[in-house]
Design a protein around this ligand. Structure first.
Ligand SMILES: Nc1ncnc2c1ncn2[C@@H]1O[C@H](COP(=O)(O)OP(=O)(O)OP(=O)(O)O)[C@@H](O)[C@H]1O
Ligand SMILES: [Mg+2]
Length: 248
């Protein structure tokens, strides 16, 4: 398997806090990589660094063979990197359709983009996430679940190769969470994605992930198959807790 992203010695400090501490790992083309760790471990910060929303203090990020360490978020989006947010960040006054159209345009070179084409493409992604019926509703009037789906549609609309998911299930009821997980699995298939997936619900990552990386205090704690990582003593100690039943 070949690497789609190589992360080398990544470090990010917030004042005196080292949120990401000399972290190195690879993401392989076509895999679903689960990313776990306790609250405050640095998971969202890693997504922010890899998608370009934060700049690292040191380290290097290679994507598709290109050093993107200094590239801005919008440049990375055009290269094929997309992300969703742990807490959805809609444009409140934009309709669902216009929100996704903006993402269609952000995902590509604008020279050849017509307004009609962007509308057609956006409609396709709204249908995919089940929001076609809500296309003319303003984002501020959507439910939390619908906002999550809008985030997914916006991420997919940039036609990514590598998709970062920062907690798809958080804030959803069990039925919605199941639908959201199904959507990720379908999206990966249909759009040929590599998926980096932060989630606190272990059963979901055990099922969906090819590999899992666990971090703690911004440092790598364990890396391996889901079974290896959830059976790792350091991961149980730092994150899963003593009540965790070893995966049979
Ligand atoms: N912009 C910021 N400014 C200052 N500190 C920050 C900032 N973003 C994150 N932090 C701190 O960095 C650490 C890592 O935060 P991060 O959000 O990456 O954790 P996380 O693993 O995503 O946690 P959770 O599971 O709760 O989402 C925390 O101590 C957090 O308070
Ligand atoms: Mg987080």
């Amino acid at each position: 398997m070949s690497e789609i992203m190589i992360v080398k010695n990544l470090t990010k400090r917030f004042g005196g806090l080292v949120a990401v501490d000399n972290l190195s790992f690879s993401i392989y083309k076509g895999e679903t990589l689960g990313f776990i760790g306790p609250n405050g471990a640095g998971k969202s910060t890693v997504v922010n660094l890899l998608s370009g929303y934060l700049m690292p203090d040191s380290g290097q990020i290679i994507f598709d063979g290109v050093d993107i360490t200094k590239k801005k978020a919008h440049e990375r989006a055009r290269m094929g990197i997309a992300r969703t947010y742990q807490i959805p960040r809609p444009f409140p006054e934009l309709s669902a359709l216009n929100s996704v159209m903006a993402a269609v345009v952000a995902g590509k070179d604008r020279k050849n983009q017509s307004f009609e084409d962007a509308g057609g493409e956006a409609t396709h992604y709204l249908e995919f996430v089940g929001l076609f019926g809500k296309r003319n509703i303003l984002a501020k009037d959507l439910t939390f679940y619908e906002l999550r789906m809008l985030e997914m549609a916006r991420a997919l609309a940039t036609t990514p190769k590598l998709l970062f998911l920062d907690e798809v299930m958080a804030g959803l009821n069990p039925g919605e969470a199941t639908r959201a997980v199904d959507l990720v699995v379908r999206a990966k298939e249909q759009f040929n994605l590599t998926v980096f997936w932060i989630e606190h619900v272990m059963a979901v990552l055990i099922e969906a992930a090819d590999r899992i990386i666990a971090i703690h205090y911004g440092q790598k704690l364990a890396e391996g198959t889901p079974e290896e990582v959830v059976n790792n003593d350091a991961v149980i100690e730092a994150y899963l807790g003593k009540g965790w039943k070893k995966y049979a």
